[in-house]
Design a binder for this molecule. Sequence first.
Ligand code: MN
Length: 431
Amino acid sequence: MSLREFLEAEAKIPGGLLEIEEELSPSYEIAKVMKRFDNGPLLRFKKVKGSSLEVVSGVCGTRERILRGIGANLQNYYDKIISATSNPVEPDLVEDGPVFEVEESDLSSLPVLRHYEKDAGPYITAGIVVARSPDGKFQNSSIHRLLVLDKRRMAIRIVPRHLYALHQEAKKREEDLQVAVVIGVHPAVMVGVNAGPKYGVDELWVANAMLGGKLKVVKCKSVDVKVPADSEIVIEGFIKRDELVDEGPFVDLTGTYDIVRKQPVLEVSRVVRRRSAIYQAILPGGSEHKLLMGMPKEARMFEGVSKAVPEVKGVRLTLGGSCWFNAVISIKKQAEGDGKNAIMAAFGANPSVKHVVVVDDDINIDDMSEVEWAIATRFQGDEDIVLVRNARGSTLDPSSDQEKILTCKVGIDATMPWNKPKEKFEKARIP
Ligand code: MN
């Protein structure tokens, strides 16, 4: 249940894994190839300038690959994510793990990538930050971007969520927060960590539930934190209580630059890795970034909309909408008005969503031209639209009021109207 085992399995799928033998620089050159193959095969960069480690990207780069990683399909992944989130399982603690095979002196041996022109510097993008709560009662695991400042220091972007709360608590106690940054894990761990359990639940327990209880953890040496035993790389350290530095610009989910902010410093105490470690990277604003953020939200929306209409077929946060703003939902309509109820429930289940299109279950929601066809032939702008002004939106949307975080939500009910015969709207078939 390691990254290596997953890469081996994916390599057997035709077109699943592309090995790049040419030596490439971690500054822009690798990112350029990642961008070219976005939403495509897994990429394994065999030779990286200035590092002995390989780089892998696109581990969660397509919907299909994520589904293989979590052992689910397009019909049942909602349930899989929701049930793991509500039934987390504590991973078994083992004495030792391959992650401790090699000890490095600092960060300089890692092939940390520079991605975009205006980025502040090299960023670790697939690092799971596992933090110990200051009272020692639980761990929290979440992915954060990390700007490498020098060999032993990084700036960490912490949005006000769980890790933020732990850091505030540590500051109150006048302590630094003990953390370990985990790089290079099985995709089920990446998805589990993003699933969004309540505060106080270690996301690694959710990941373990997704893996059927097969995740093993080991104790770090310089911090009191448990990490997956077969991770590729672990950086142990402390998020300082009192030091803030400039963090950003950095490209976010939208593919646009996020602003510069004062953010905390993570000071490194120890770097360990497996022999021939594989450094995992995610292209900011690429499909992997979007899908990892979006798929757990789709699960929550599926659950929420299912409470409002009798039968939900599928929910997608579309890649074109950065898997964040635009949703398409297919329902089996059972009464006029179901489409509008689905729209309202979708906004309730995911406050970041700005646009929702509801279609009938004969529309393939993974084909945007079918969705557009439904809007073209089943939707009337004055009847079938739901418009909510000044609703709470997402900080990521550059077109919204980013000071007050207010946005306009638009729902499009593109289900067949029932005041006309159904035959008028049916797709013609060739026998
Ligand atoms: Mn958490």
